[in-house]
Design a protein around this ligand. Structure first.
Ligand code: ZN
Ligand code: ZN
Length: 383
């Protein structure tokens, strides 16, 4: 199924302001909220879609990534699935707990939202992955080890000793939450007896002490595509911590950073490299050898009379553009190195050159100083 455009989902234009976005989102979220449409699968899908679109567009950074790359910005080679869905899930349910709290309580507290109590979604995990610019250039497969918890095999994640069963908590009758009147308000809080699980395990599984999961180290192979940039986030759905007592797994977010490079600075797909050349090469012309990100090198011809700061573009020697066939360029910016530690003879040669030099040799400084002179005579500061 192809994903709908986020702006379209929220019924807004690309120029929508933050405030307008929030208003549009609230309206739609209210209409499609599952608590208002019990059992309506389509409303549930719509709600998720609206939620996801808002999470992306309300975040400046994600929005600009989306504007540039579309949905591809948040997906990774098929492993990803829709981005951001769960990161804001908790935040969202906080909002809706406030909006719809009474309706939920009427239908049985926590059970009204997200299935049976006790089943808890596993936590999302974050993994910071630093790669080199060369690796970002060619793409790489990185095997990472993540400490995580997996469902206990002994009790199949139930937390109860095999053959025994958890029993419904009597304090909250299985809702996981209890209500108490406080003045005019009915306050709902997590059940103190079962800690929100809705059930009590009398005979806990010995392998996991009743948690239903075990701590393990897992290795996971991550495919980092060529052209990735600093700050990119890769979401691996379901690769986070496993859920509690049969709950769904969390997601794994890989935050990518790229180590600074010795020669190259990157701007999008283009690379920049500053190369010092000698005063003589700059004056008389020459050829310099410069490094290329693919590991090779290339020749750049320096014409006679090259000034410091001059840039030379080498087409197609930059970074690949993520999920495209385009490639950026390499810019070589030369700096002209003034010779130092001169011998007596070298000094004489330069002085000799200086005596023979005319304004023709230094048109820029000659021009500048004649302008300065004009300024002192007439006060002119405009060309
Ligand atoms: Zn167990
Ligand atoms: Zn309870």
């Amino acid at each position: 199924m192809s994903k709908r455009d986020y702006y379209e989902v929220l019924g807004v234009t690309k120029t929508v302001t933050e405030t307008e976005l929030k208003v549009a989102f609230r309206k739609l979220a209210m209409v499609h909220h599952p608590d208002r449409n019990p059992g309506d699968k389509e409303a549930e899908i719509k709600f998720k879609e609206v939620n996801e679109a808002y999470q992306c567009l309300s975040d400046g950074q994600k929005r600009s990534a989306y504007d540039r790359f579309g949905h591809a910005a948040f997906q990774q080679g098929g492993a990803g699935g829709p981005g951001f869905g769960n990161e804001f899930g908790d935040f969202m349910s906080d909002i809706f707990e406030n909006f719809f709290g009474e309706a939920q309580a009427g239908r049985g507290g926590a059970r009204g939202r997200g299935g049976a109590p006790g089943r808890e979604r596993g936590a999302d995990l974050r993994y910071n992955l630093e790669i080199t610019l060369e690796e970002a250039f060619s793409g790489k497969t990185e095997t990472i080890k993540i400490p995580t918890s997996i469902a206990c095999e002994t009790c199949s994640g139930t937390g109860a000793k095999p053959g025994s069963k958890a029993r419904t908590c009597q304090t909250c009758a299985g809702y996981g939450r209890v209500r108490a009147a406080q003045g005019f308000f009915a306050i709902e809080r997590t059940c103190p007896n079962c800690h929100g699980r809705g059930e009590v395990i009398d005979d806990p599984c010995s392998a996991c002490s009743g948690a239903g999961r075990l701590e393990r180290e897992r290795s996971l192979s991550i495919n980092v595509p060529a052209g990735v940039d600093d700050g990119l986030r890769i979401r691996l759905a379901g690769e986070g911590e496993s859920g509690l007592r049969g709950g769904p797994s969390g997601d794994l977010y890989v935050f990518l950073s790229i180590a600074p490079h010795l020669f190259f600075q990157r701007d999008g797909a283009d690379l920049f490299c500053r190369v010092p050349i000698s005063m003589v090469t700059a004056a008389l012309a020459g050829e310099i050898t410069v490094p290329v990100i693919d590991g090779g090198q290339t020749q750049v011809r320096i014409p006679a009379g090259t000034q410091a700061g001059k840039q030379f573009r080498i087409k197609g020697k930059g970074m690949p553009v993520l999920r495209s066939r385009e490639v950026g360029d390499l810019y070589i910016q030369v700096s002209v190195e003034t010779p130092q530690n001169l011998t007596k003879r070298q000094r004489e040669l330069l002085q000799e050159f200086d005596q023979s030099a005319s304004d023709e040799n230094h048109p820029e400084s000659a021009g500048f100083f004649s302008k300065v002179k004009d300024f002192f005579v007439s006060g002119a500061t405009r060309p």
